[in-house]
Design a protein. Structure first.
Lengths: 604, 122
């Protein structure tokens, strides 16, 4: 078992999915639940074991025992490091949460939901563990196909179908872009193993390498939903079943960033090393635009799931900025930020799902004051909202602190203000929802804006009181989100994991030549005082912002004028989110052209 | 002159691949019918086939089946064929799923025109 352990997080859920698909109509619902839960628990444990074992050196597993000969890879490898295994473990954990939450879901439709979710899990695990770039593409597509089907799961409604179509078409084009890049790389190097490609490329950075880099990066950034590739995300999240949203926002989107980082550090780092400053500037620019647009679009929404979706877009912008630092401190911060954000955002989607279950609506304005009796749920949402602003001791805070201190050394200290801005606006939006729904604050307005599409969603469940299987997963996510930063040694371990992730030379030697693993000494832990103050200020400002919108006060007129101005500026941007597939693809093309043009201009 | 012609022939599959990618995207952007749109997506996909085949092609190479030809004969690269086959299989799944969604769109929203399928916006 030990020898095959690295392959099992993919093999076991796929087998279970096939089994469940075969007996679909003949199996009791609870039995299917149990099997699916057991499978995802197995994946979690296996990935955690892999994570701990790989913290002393990569675990390289060659499918079918095809070891490299004379330093040349001929087989397909899983090259497992703590960050990849950690991502897979987190995906497994969120799948467990989704299964528990959906115990009261989809009573009538057999076990197809379980099948799709398990296939999705297998793909996410494979995506995180693989060391082969074509394998990466195949798992990307398997992940996408399962996600499209999950997104359009409620086929009896029109919204999910349209959301799934937008999602599927944009992401498939992204996959083709990535595949074309892979083809170009293979043409140049004759290799598919990422270590091997990186070794063959060495320092060369001609037009073909840059083109391949842009195509692969943009392909994965479509999944990561950065502006202008982000349009699908809001549509898909607004319509997908709640447990699926947890996975979309919590890990799938982040895996897009993970893939960009993995490909950069294993393949292109050597080739693009002398253009680090330019690469950094381009990705920071894209990230900042994403973070700001996402944040304001988030605040403008009344459809709660769509609001959370835009908040995810804003936070992926922050994650891209963190990657763009191209430094181990920021990369470690990014890993912690993804963990902290995924826990909170997952729980927020669950809270939205509980509203839909309990009150039958997801429209903030329609729900005004309807949640007054739900004290536990209101507390949950308030605590989750605070986490988004990056207040200690949430996981997002620790990640942000590491990213900021790393950025400061690179003379990018101003990005901490972008982090604060995105945190304040997205947290204020969720606080506003909580204030309106649970406390009945804010005016009872029904300004139906023209540019707005669907603001509500059909029920997913039979309704009724909130069962424990819904509330407890959300509570667990919140508590973990709070507890993450207290794990002893977490910062140090993540720092050395990030250093291992970024060490291209050691990666190549370990994968191709069985070289012994290098060990890394993380830098001394820095004081968290300044980030703490920053986090507290951000949270205070988020509370003020939500309060100004909701509560009566003497400056009401001024605030209304101000927010009118913001809406005026935002209006054309909202109109751009037209729900039209052709528009989305046009934006995607333009985005690739701009990013490609920038790289072509800066890198000769 | 011959050399220029040879160079052009060598580049031809890649030029056609690039053209197919772009023309497919144009079709998607301007499409008024979901099935047409999905077929345009298939056109984009064919560009990846051509790219992979072009990458693996060797002038004068035989089929890479070493049953009746001696080992060491110049042959085209079989790896790109395997990649292309995998690509076909994976994308066939996605296209089938997309067509199923198009049928559902017709049933639920009564239209397959992307201009009419815009309830998610803003």
């Amino acid at each position: 078992m030990n020898t095959f352990l690295p392959a099992t997080p993919v093999a076991v859920p796929l087998t279970a999915a096939a089994l469940l698909a075969a007996v679909n109509q003949h199996i009791a619902r609870r039995l299917a639940d149990a099997l699916a839960l057991a499978t995802s628990c197995y994946c979690l444990i296996a990935c955690l074991i892999l994570m701990f074992r790989s913290s002393h050196g990569l675990i390289v597993y060659w499918m079918g025992g095809w070891q490299p000969r004379n330093g040349a890879a001929i087989g397909i490898s899983f090259s497992i490091d703590p960050i990849g295994a950690g991502a897979a473990a987190f995906a497994s954990f969120l799948v467990i949460v989704a299964f528990v939450f959906s115990a009261h879901y989809f009573d009538s439709i057999g076990t197809l939901f379980h099948v799709l979710l398990l296939a999705f899990l297998a793909a996410m695990c494979g995506f995180s563990l693989t060391g082969d770039i074509f394998n990466l593409f195949v798992f990307f597509e398997l992940m996408s196909a399962a996600a499209f089907a999950l997104c359009g799961y409620k086929t009896e409604e029109s919204g999910p179908i349209q959301g799934a179509l937008n999602f599927a078409i944009t992401n498939t084009i992204g996959a083709f872009l990535a595949l074309s890049g892979v083809g170009l790389l293979y043409g140049r190097t004759g290799a598919l193993n990422m270590a091997q490609i990186g070794k063959s490329l060495g320092q060369t950075h001609d037009g073909l390498v840059v083109a391949a880099f842009v195509m692969i990066t943009c392909g994965f950034l479509v999944k990561a939903a950065v502006v202008p590739f982000h349009f699908w995300l809001a549509d898909a999240h607004a319509v997908a079943p709640t447990p699926v949203c947890v996975l979309f926002s919590g890990i799938m989107v982040e895996l897009g960033i993970y893939a960009v980082a993995r490909v950069y550090w294993t393949i292109f780092h050597g080739a693009l090393a002398q253009f680090e400053a330019q690469t950094r500037a381009i990705f920071v620019a894209v990230g900042v635009v994403t973070a700001v647009i996402g944040a304001f679009m988030c605040f403008a929404q009344r459809h709660i799931k769509r609001l959370l979706a835009y908040s995810t877009i804003s936070h992926t912008g922050l994650m891209l900025i963190a990657f763009a630092m191209l430094a181990h401190g920021a990369l470690a911060g990014l890993a912690l930020y993804v963990l902290g954000h995924g826990l909170l955002k997952g729980a927020l989607f669950l809270a939205a799902g509980m509203l839909l279950h309990h009150l039958g609506s997801i429209d903030e304005l329609k729900l005004r004051g309807k949640g007054r009796q739900s004290i536990a749920a209101s507390g949950l949402m308030l605590f989750l909202a605070l986490g988004l602003s990056g207040v200690p001791p949430y996981g997002t805070f620790l990640g942000e602190a590491l990213i900021d201190s790393s950025a400061e050394k690179l003379h990018y200290s101003w990005i901490s203000y972008i982090f604060m801005l995105a945190g304040i606006v997205t947290a204020a939006a969720v606080l506003r929802v909580a204030g309106r729904v649970y406390f009945g604050w804010g005016e009872d307005l029904d300004r139906s804006q023209q540019e707005e599409g669907e603001t509500d969603e059909g029920r997913e469940t039979a309704g009724g009181e909130i069962p424990a299987t819904m509330f407890i997963p959300a509570l667990v996510l919140l508590l973990l989100g709070l507890a993450v930063s207290f794990v002893p040694g977490l910062r140090n371990e993540t720092q050395s994991a990030a250093m291992r992730f970024m060490d291209q030379g050691a990666y190549q030697q370990q994968v191709l030549e069985h070289a012994p693993a290098a060990q890394y000494q993380p830098p001394a832990e820095e004081s968290l005082l300044v980030p703490m103050i920053r986090g507290l200020v951000a949270t205070f400002l988020a509370l003020v912002m939500a309060g100004l919108v909701l509560l009566p006060h003497p400056f009401k007129k001024g605030i209304e004028g101000f927010s009118g101005g913001i809406s005026f500026i935002l209006r054309p941007i909202r109109i751009l989110h037209s729900g039209h597939m052709g528009d989305y693809v046009a934006w995607l093309t333009a985005g690739v052209a701009v990013i490609g043009g920038l790289f072509a201009y800066f890198i000769h | 002159m011959n050399q220029v012609g040879g160079e052009l022939m060598r580049m031809l599959p890649f030029l056609v691949a690039a053209w197919l990618f772009v023309v497919g995207l144009y079709g998607i952007v301007t499409s008024r019918h979901l099935v047409h749109l999905i077929m345009c997506l298939v056109v984009v996909q064919t560009s990846t086939y051509l790219l992979l085949l072009g990458v693996g092609y060797r002038v004068g190479g035989a089929s890479p089946i070493f049953a009746d030809i001696p080992v060491g004969t110049r042959a085209v690269d079989p790896v790109t064929h395997a990649l292309m086959l995998t690509d076909i299989v994976v994308e066939a799944t996605v296209m089938a799923l997309l067509l199923a969604l198009a049928i559902q769109a017709e049933e639920r929203a009564g239209s397959v025109d992307p201009d009419q399928l815009r309830i998610m916006r803003g």
